[in-house]
Design a protein around this ligand. Structure first.
Ligand SMILES: *[C@@H]1O[C@H](CO)[C@@H](O)[C@H](O)[C@H]1NC(C)=O
Ligand SMILES: *[C@@H]1O[C@H](CO)[C@@H](O)[C@H](O)[C@H]1NC(C)=O
Ligand SMILES: *[C@@H]1O[C@H](CO)[C@@H](O)[C@H](O)[C@H]1NC(C)=O
Ligand SMILES: *[C@@H]1O[C@H](CO)[C@@H](O)[C@H](O)[C@H]1NC(C)=O
Ligand SMILES: *[C@@H]1O[C@H](CO)[C@@H](O)[C@H](O)[C@H]1NC(C)=O
Length: 398
């Protein structure tokens, strides 16, 4: 009797030991898988306590190496991307950009957001308006989930500018889920670009994390190339390397980007882009109330319909993507109510400028020039002060 109780206890004790060992080895196994994912060679023996601390140090060293490699890779890739983008912008102002964004189930909502952020960052140096860069954004999941969310290319609208795109349209794009019908997405890009401007530079950015299904996407990609489009592919996590290289423009190696994670993907674009902080051109917008978010206070307090100055117009910075009230030529100021001032005496402004600094106005060529007319909008409004005679662009003392 007693001996059988002992036997049962021993049995229970042994099974507990076995269980603990299994759990322990599972942990080790997981660690190893993680290490393998980082490209670190496999280690199996982790039996002694002091050994574990050495391992931690080695893990630390490995992680630091991974980080270094990661940084090196990111630097190389971002340099490549920067060059690609520069080449796109270099030849002509007219650019048609189509983004094909994977919205399939495997991407997940957060990563989908990373893809949209990519678009935002990539556009940092493009002037988005009908006469310059035009954008289309297509999300794709399964066959029934090819969605043209934005399309300024095949038909133009009142709101084709960067401000509306970044502040409104991008936020309204829905994540659909489903399969990865890359072929369908490429065909949609083709239908859009066929209606593009004949002389514009055309590019397609395909961002995907998976193997495509629903047919070979390569023939569709070839039709796009024949149409004159340059195709860039971004494979993230499990992207099909061969397929994406084939889809990309020749040479595939420099037109396809493979990244291990969406984090790496975001890091890439943050490094590669966002450079010149030039103001760029402003285009008046159709709905002046777009500018009201610039001064919600004033409109609340003063019950004003439009928070821009009476002289100013609501416009979109086609490079910055921000709305701004713009004073007319010859004036400077923030453009908000009561803040458009004539350029100081002796200076002028030939175009619309945005900003509170008098230095935004251009000085007349000679220190003895004054401006008599308001607004002074060109160098011709510079006249020599009394006591000086005009000699070309100079004033001679008498
Ligand atoms: C790795 O080691 C360095 C110094 O050797 C230390 O500064 C760092 O915090 C360690 N990192 C981790 C993740 O333990
Ligand atoms: C773009 O043009 C500038 C000057 O026009 C030139 O310096 C630069 O090398 C060009 N970049 C590319 C990638 O062609
Ligand atoms: C996104 O989904 C919402 C809610 O279902 C819908 O109201 C909205 O129109 C959708 N947006 C687009 C661009 O289809
Ligand atoms: C709006 O009013 C609040 C408090 O009245 C103030 O803190 C804030 O700076 C104001 N914003 C603008 C844009 O004027
Ligand atoms: C600029 O100064 C000159 C001389 O001081 C003066 O005659 C002229 O009226 C001024 N211009 C304006 C717009 O006030």
């Amino acid at each position: 009797m007693i001996s059988s109780v002992v036997r049962i206890c021993t049995l229970i004790w042994l099974s507990l030991c076995l269980l603990t060992t299994i759990v322990f080895y599972n942990e080790i196994g997981r660690l190893n898988i993680e290490l393998q994912n980082f490209g670190v060679s496999e280690r199996t023996e982790c039996n002694f306590k002091h050994k574990r601390s050495t391992d931690r140090q080695e893990l630390n060293a490995s992680l630091e190496n991974v980080e270094k490699t990661f940084r090196k890779k990111a630097a190389a890739l971002s340099y490549l991307l920067k060059t690609d983008i520069d080449r796109l912008r270099n030849e002509t102002d007219q650019v048609e950009l189509v983004f094909l964004v994977d919205a399939s189930g495997s991407v997940g909502l957060n990563n989908f957001q990373s893809e949209l952020n990519f678009i935002k960052h990539l556009l940092a140096d493009f002037s988005v308006e009908p006469s310059a860069t035009r954008i289309a954004i297509v999300t794709f999941g399964g066959r029934r989930h090819i969605k043209r969310n934005v399309d300024q290319i095949s038909h133009t609208g009142d709101n084709d500018n960067k401000c509306y795109l970044l502040n409104k349209q991008l936020n309204n794009i829905n994540y659909t889920g489903g399969g990865t019908y890359t072929r369908g997405a490429l065909l949609e890009a083709l239908r859009i670009l066929e209606k593009g401007r004949a002389n514009a530079r055309k590019a397609v950015f395909l961002i995907t994390d998976g193997f495509s299904n629903g047919g070979d996407p390569r023939p569709a990609a070839n039709l796009l190339k024949i149409e004159g489009a340059t195709i860039f592919t971004f494979g993230i996590r499990t992207g099909n390397v061969d397929e994406l290289r084939d889809i990309a423009s020749f040479p595939g190696d420099t037109h396809s980007y493979f990244l291990d994670s969406f984090v790496e993907f975001e890091a890439l674009v943050r490094r590669a882009l966002h450079r010149d902080l030039k103001t760029g051109k402003y285009v008046p917008v159709t709905y002046p109330d777009n500018c009201n978010l610039l001064c919600r206070n004033i409109s609340e307090v003063g019950n004003e319909q439009n928070c821009c100055d009476n002289f100013a117009t609501c416009a979109c910075g086609t490079v910055t993507g921000h709305y701004a009230c713009i004073c007319p030529a010859g004036y400077f100021g923030s453009g908000l109510r009561g803040s458009c001032h004539p350029c100081p005496n002796g200076t002028y402004a030939s175009g619309e400028i945005s900003g509170d600094l008098t230095t935004m106005c251009t000085s007349c060529p000679d220190v003895n020039h004054v401006t008599v007319k308001v607004p002074a909008t060109s160098v011709e409004h510079c006249v020599c002060a009394s006591g000086f005679t005009t000699d070309g662009n100079k004033c001679e003392g008498n």
